[in-house]
Design a protein around this ligand. Sequence first.
Ligand SMILES: [Zn+2]
Length: 440
Amino acid sequence: MKKQTEFNEPYQNVIDLQEEKLRKQVQYVYNHSPFYREKFEQLSLTPGDITCIEDLEKLSFTYKDEIRESQRVQGPLGRHAAVSLEDVIRVHSSSGTTGRPTYVGITRHDYDVWTEILARVLYTHGIRKDSRIVFAMGLSFFVGSSMKDGIERLGATFIPIGTGASDRVIQSIQDFNADVLFCTPSYASYLAEYVRQNYDFEPSDLGLEIISVGGEPGGGLPEVRNKIQQDWGAKVVEAMGNADMAPVLFSECQEREGMHFVASDYVICEIIDPETGKVVPQSDHMEGELVYTAIDRECSPLLRFRTRDLVQVDTRPCKCGRKSFRLKCVGRTDDMLIIRGVNVFPSAIKDVINSFRPRTNGEMSIILEEKPPLVHPPLSIKVEHEPDLKENELTVLKKEIEGVLRSKLTFTSDVQLVPKGSLPRFEMKAKLIQQVDQLK
Ligand SMILES: [Zn+2]
């Protein structure tokens, strides 16, 4: 009989290893984390009740809000932490979208695990010892400083530039003949536009071969990805992780048909139905919310942590030869809008808007007058249009976009076409939703 969570790993000996590490981890958190001991006691469980992956379902979930609360009660690392600050060699903070920032500490051992996973992520991308990598993401971000460790362990060359320095990014790509760029998908598009406006060459003339995008889900959208690939003449690959678990855990190979899970000896994944909390039955194609359980963590091992990432899982072997499961992130449960009972993701709306290129440049903003997720139709969306469209062409475009949104995503919208460049740009992350009270 196939185990429900067997998709984590096709090899039985690795499943055995996962379960051995799981038993150790559960005993460890029970002994060292007041937060988890309390959870076990509330459920009348002891570590001995968790012996295999299926037993995870006996445990309750860990929510981000609980972590925040745990650190409010007992700072700085929280009641869930299993070591004292003395054993911590680095602390990262994750800002999140709401509430106070949370801190994530790592011990020397956690550092080694993270660095190992990062090196695997890079290798899966196709990055090798002779690669020269310009890093144009936030360096204070935990992904930034950890990526440095992974790149150095692999032996490739790390060239950190950070954000808000587009000329220096371009200069360093030229100076080092760099072949890899790390940035957010919206920054890759922004930078291409920037090159065209300020230099007398095309972005593709810079000779990048791989652009690794992360930090937001846009890289998974075919329209966004194709646009970046056309602009730069490079392969776009994606990686994904979670601030509270590890900087990255999933990585796209050169086939780019989903991100491979590269950390099965450190983390166990479950796919659950976000509404019922039930584990989704094993199949070639599963869809649901990703849930992580650490099995080799010292500072803050989380059990059944709800990521809010909605993913599509493919368990079939990949053309690249790797057998680990792959996934695509299709949205966040906390970004989700509910319009007349229908779940709508801003990223899906963005995909529709992108399909109207070149009449629009794909820039859009959803304007909400009420607090999400419940929204009353029509949904108000501002979309940038190209300057050479005439009045009657604009009327046609508005009707067409509204028609496709209605037929594809089954909600009614009120699309307002605005001139190119009039919506706010964000170098770090594309912000798809704006609330009216936040607007000037
Ligand atoms: Zn592959």
